[in-house]
Design a protein around this ligand. Structure first.
Ligand SMILES: [Zn+2]
Length: 751
């Protein structure tokens, strides 16, 4: 009997195989070639890639280097031979090709096993390919659930998969999609170009291991501060080559920025918290019920009103892979692919105060029309008697803040700024380029939100570095931290227009439909505000009208959700124990989005601090070699940029890299109580209060710009908004060209 024709499938480079991991001599016998695995994995892999041809069998050219197959007679039934695959770096054996497949696929997609979801790497929560999914290549590439990175990573190669599916009868498969094997798939290879060559490289701040964090990664920020102390003046890109998370972030950020720029602002972003309805039949819509004004389901076919939908609050952990248009706000539309591609993946938000995170696992893929921005919760829920527990969970995290994409450190001793690409504030992600709504300035008599800011930079500002303790982890005096958002500000209030400030520059696409916008400062300047003044992203007017099912004349969209937000921030300060346990705290600053929400898993994968796979020591060893800092002759074929973090596999995945170098504890202790503790409402922020103690040197450059910012002593809604607009010369040297004049909001107490 001749075996069926098999086509040899080539491996991609990269392995984590440990050739020293073999069974004890004696009982076991090695199977070489390991035919069982070569054939099963070969077939499975081609199917997973959507490239399997009907009637064709496949076989791998070999197993990834370091893996070997062994068998031994079963003790109770010696005629039966049990086969085990050895070579896993965790020194555990795979007992079946099916169990090995997710690991293999992860290796092929990523070049290493960091973040692998297989059962050996991630314990009992690991994934096994479902039998159903394997039954046809279509099912695999279109599987209705994507529990693992193995399936989402399959999406990295959608084009060839599609092409093959369209030509199922294509007789002889060729492998154009295969990357040629550039080098033998062995663990180590010489990398002369990366090697240490005679003269040592200058060690950059991120490679300077003088100061290390808890995991042993260089504390890049402390090193930068020390450098600033020595040089008085520093302006350099932030690089944390030793940080697993930083490397992950570098890979994800360009894609993220592209999405943020291309999509309208109303489209849910990875990391956003949204209101959503789990089940909503195709013909049923969520509409505003006349007279009462609550939101109910309406069956378009039967022409009848149904109940109020059950709203939950969840984390958006994957965003649509297909283009999203305004029609997606209210209809499912003609999507090319099913909801796992065209929709969003949401994970019900667990309680930040509890260790039970099981809600995270009840994820669901839903069409975009099932979602609403969480900030509109009062509109959709105010007639509801019973709320889903996740609604309170979401309210509890309203006063959280985390920065992401830190890219530049600039300072003149003893002050410094870190520039960031984006931040998470409460429910939403805000990025450079976004238009955001601002809380009304009560000191000017504003009661509703009329102003927006187009974000130009997000800065973490440190001051008083000279008087702070050098150890960021001890109880000594910390330096002051504040987060400020800079940008171009506009108002919709014509009474505040100043014709001299008009310019041709376009405000923002998101703002276009809202009518006329009047600049709040000269075009050559920027406005700086503490982050707590931000309500959230400005949602396009047409999206707001569809969501709320209201004519825009009947509702002030610019102000929608503001009251609910103020109420929720207050709620959070009382109920998020990380804040309420500190009498002077108003905000929880977290290293990452996942930490802000205290998530243990995202997209079914462990968050780094809960990730047993995470081995920073091993990681740094690899990086050191890669960066040529050692004289080692070999370099592991590790793909550093695709390494670990949360979900480096899928660009759609939620991005929440940990910037573990920021000492959170000392940040929290930095929160001062210089502002009135009695001011509840939106309260004072870390940003605002810390800014109060900014150095006098800087304050002295402040010039009063206009007279309308005289502070009033009445109880303002927003403590830090009792402030004026002032022109400040930027500290000389920060921008070396010429001292650019900027408009900044300062605090009365600064003087
Ligand atoms: Zn694995």
């Amino acid at each position: 009997m001749s075996s069926p024709r098999r086509i040899v499938v080539q491996l991609r480079p990269g392995t984590d195989g440990d050739a020293t991991h073999t069974p004890k001599a004696g009982v076991y016998e090695q199977l070489d070639p390991p035919t069982l695995y070569l054939e099963k994995i070969g077939d499975q892999w081609m199917q997973a890639r959507g490239e399997a041809q009907p009637g064709v069998k496949y076989t791998l050219e070999s197993l990834p280097a370091g893996y070997t197959l062994w068998q031994r007679p079963r003790s109770k039934d010696p005629k039966h031979l049990d086969k085990y695959l050895y070579g896993h770096p965790g020194k555990k054996a795979f007992d079946s090709p099916n169990r090995f497949f997710p690991h293999f696929q992860h290796l092929m997609d990523n070049g290493d096993s960091m973040g692998c979801p297989c059962t050996l790497c991630s314990g009992s929560s690991g994934v096994l390919p479902s039998t159903k999914a394997r039954s046809s290549s279509v099912a695999t590439s279109n599987a209705s659930s994507r529990p693992s990175s193995s399936q989402s990573s399959a999406r990295a190669f959608p084009a060839p998969a599609q092409a093959h599916l369209q030509h199922p009868t294509q007789p002889e498969p060729t492998f154009p999609a295969f990357r040629p094997v550039a080098q033998p798939p062995t663990t180590f290879m010489p990398a002369p170009s990366m090697q240490y060559k005679g003269r040592p490289k200058l060690v950059s701040t991120g490679m300077d291991t003088t100061r290390v964090d808890e995991e042993g990664s260089p504390d890049v920020y402390r090193n930068l501060i020390n450098k600033l102390r020595r040089h008085e003046r520093v302006d350099e890109a932030i690089e944390e080559p030793f940080s697993m998370d930083w490397r992950t972030e570098q890979e994800l950020l360009p894609e993220l920025r592209r999405k943020v720029n291309e999509n309208p602002q109303w489209v849910p972003r990875a990391g956003d918290i949204v209101l959503y309805v789990r089940d909503l039949p195709d013909d049923v819509h969520i509409l505003r019920y006349p007279v009462i004004g609550d939101y109910r389901m309406y069956d378009e076919k039967e022409k009848q009103w149904l109940d109020q939908p059950v709203w939950e609050a969840g984390l958006v952990s994957q965003t649509p892979a297909e283009e999203v248009t305004i029609n997606d706000v209210c209809e499912n539309g003609q999507k090319e692919r099913n909801v796992t591609y065209s929709g969003v993946r949401v994970e019900p938000l667990p309680d930040v105060n509890s260790t039970d995170k099981s809600l995270s696992k009840r994820h669901k893929y839903i069409p975009v029309r099932h979602t609403r921005p969480f900030i509109l919760w009062k509109h959709f829920l105010h007639h509801h008697k019973k709320l889903h527990p996740t609604i309170l969970n979401a309210q509890t995290i309203t006063a959280t803040m985390s920065l992401t994409g830190k890219y530049r450190f600039t300072g003149v001793w003893p002050e410094a700024s870190i520039y960031c690409r984006a931040m998470y504030l409460g429910y939403e992600m805000l990025a450079v380029g976004d238009a955001v709504r601002l809380l009304p300035n009560a000191s000017r008599g504003q009661t509703t939100s009329t102003d927006i800011l187009i974000i130009k930079s997000i800065r973490l500002k440190w001051s008083n570095l000279d008087s702070a303790s050098e150890n960021d982890w001890d109880e000594g005096r910390p330096y002051n931290s504040a987060v400020w958002i800079y940008g171009a500000a506009y108002t919709s209030d014509p009474s505040r227009q100043n014709k001299e400030w008009f310019s041709d520059s376009q405000s923002s696409q998101a703002a276009d439909d809202y009518g006329d916008w009047y600049p709040l400062h000269p075009p050559s300047k920027e406005l700086a505000i503490p982050y707590s003044r931000v309500i959230g992203r400005l949602y396009e007017r047409n999206a707001m009208a569809l969501w709320l099912n209201i004519k825009s004349g009947d509702c002030d969209f610019l102000d929608a959700g503001r009251e609910a937000l103020v109420e929720s921030r207050d709620f959070a300060r009382q109920h998020d124990i990380r804040i309420s346990s500190r009498p002077d705290a108003k905000w929880h600053w977290a290293d990452s989005r996942a930490q802000a929400l205290d998530l243990h898993t995202v997209n079914g994968l462990d968050v780094s601090s809960h990730d047993q796979l995470r081995d920073p020591t091993e990681w740094r060893k690899k990086i050191k070699i890669m960066e040529g800092l050692t004289t080692t002759k070999v370099v592991p074929i590790a793909k550093p940029t695709s390494a670990p973090g949360l979900t480096s596999r899928s660009m759609r995945g939620f991005m929440a890299p940990t910037l573990s170098d920021l000492p959170v504890r000392s940040q929290l202790s930095r929160i001062s109580n210089t502002t009135s503790a009695s001011s509840r409402a939106t309260g004072s922020s870390t940003g605002g209060s810390a800014a109060i103690r900014r150095s006098r040197k800087r304050t002295s450059r402040i010039v009063v710009l206009s007279s309308d910012e005289e502070n009033e002593e009445d109880d303002a809604i927003n403590e830090e908004i009792r402030q004026g607009t002032r022109i400040i010369d930027d500290a000389p040297g920060v921008q070396p060209k010429k001292a650019r004049v900027q408009v900044a909001i300062g605090l009365k107490q600064q003087r």
